[in-house]
Every structure is written in C-alpha cells, then in structure tokens.
Design a protein. Sequence first.
Length: 275
Amino acid sequence: MPGEQPDAALRAGAAFKKDGIGMVFTRLGENITRIEEADEIAEHYLGLIARISAEGLDGEVSVKLTQLGLDLDADRTAAHVERLAARAAQFGKTLWIDMEGSAYTEKTIALYERVKARQANTGLCLQAYLRRTAADIQRLLPLQPSIRLVKGAYAEPSALAYQSRHDVDASFGGLSIFMLDAARAGRKIRIALGTHDVTLIAQIAKYADTLGLPKTAFEVQMLYGIRSDEQRRLAREGFAVRDLVCYGEAWFPWYMRRLAERPANVLFALRQLLP
C-alpha cells in the first residue's frame, strides 16, 4: 500500500494513468463497535469519490459492509451503500462491495440484491474457493450484475471452501468460463477477475477468444505493488486492467491477519520481495 492517507492512494493512482490502468480504492478496516464510525466512513467515501473525479482519475471505490455498520444496523448500512452508489453514478462509476468471511456471505449478497434494485451501478465481490459461489452467480445473473471474482483469503472449513490450490484454481477458472459463457449468450454482466495468477488469466483470455469475445470482455484487477510489470503488460496488450489501492491506519492488523489466516499468503508475499 502506498500510505495511510487518501492523498497517498490518489497519487499512486495518478502514476498509473499514463499506462491506461484504472484504479479501485479501499480504506482498510472492517468490524466497528459504534454506528457513528459507519457514518464517518460513509462521509469519507462520499468525499473520496468526488476527489477521484475532480483529479481526473479512472477510479472506483470498494467498501466493506462491516465497516459501514452491518453488525449494528443493516438498514443503515444499506442506506449508506445506496448513497455511495448514487454518488458514484454521478460520475459514471461502479461502487464495489467487498466480500468478507463466510459468516457474512449471505448477508452481503442479500444486501447487494437490495441495493442493486435501486442502484444499477453496484458491483459485488465473490470468492471462488467457496463451494456455494457457482449457485450465487446463477442467482445474481438476472440482476445484470457486476462481479469481481477473487480466490479468497479467509480461513474457511472444508465443508464450505475448497482447500487445495489446485481446487481453488479450478473453481476460479470454471466460474470465469461460466460468466464468459453467460456474456456470450447475451447476458449483461461485468466481469472482473481479481487475481495475480497471470497463467490463469492467459487461459481464461484464450477461452474468451474462442468465444469470439474481445479482450475487454473481462477486466483484470491486481493489488497495488504486486506484479506491476504484468499489469502494464496486460494493459499494453489491450486488456482492461485496474489496480486495487488499499490505504488507511488499519493496515497492520489487516496484513497480519491475512498472513495468519492462510500460510500460503506468507510465501506469496515473500516471493514478491525477491528479484
């Protein structure tokens, strides 16, 4: 992450502008204890969305529902999300909703369905390692959804989630193909693939090509500071690419929890530090 303050995040985003790479900004932090904190977060994001446009960036925002008060007041959380989506719509952008641990999966999807009925420019993150995700995509297709597919970072039991890298990769690829098939069949769906696995991206792109779909039939989203060279290469080759920039004071517990929950994350982080 480029820093704790939004100024640092926006500067990082501006550096990618010349490469034709868009941005997704998110302020770190999840569960809160006072509903007033959710109000403050919502106001923060309202201002950030306006700043992104004022600075001429192709940027969108992604929010966590627990940070907006889901544990405390679901109705108030939905109202916050609707306000943020309405602000994003003023600038022709999508508001993304992050997915959290499996305890929140159904609540998050239900709230997305509720907000999507009022604000069409709302997107949702789904996790490929969860066994339920294929059914969730099928469930959401009638809504003309925007879906960001990620592999998943939370520690989940085998009854709910695939455990091996092979199985998670296979699920990610299969779900991507399912969404591309839906797009080819005329379904309106925005597909964003949140992965740093360039081999998997190449395989999915090859399948899209066999369907006669353009490279922009899906977009690639990667974290700031991870495989930036690959992000630029993909953008040069004509793919739609977005860089996910995290910022905020809650970076340390977020980072340490991610490393602790899935040991493979430690190895991945170390590999990024090696030449």
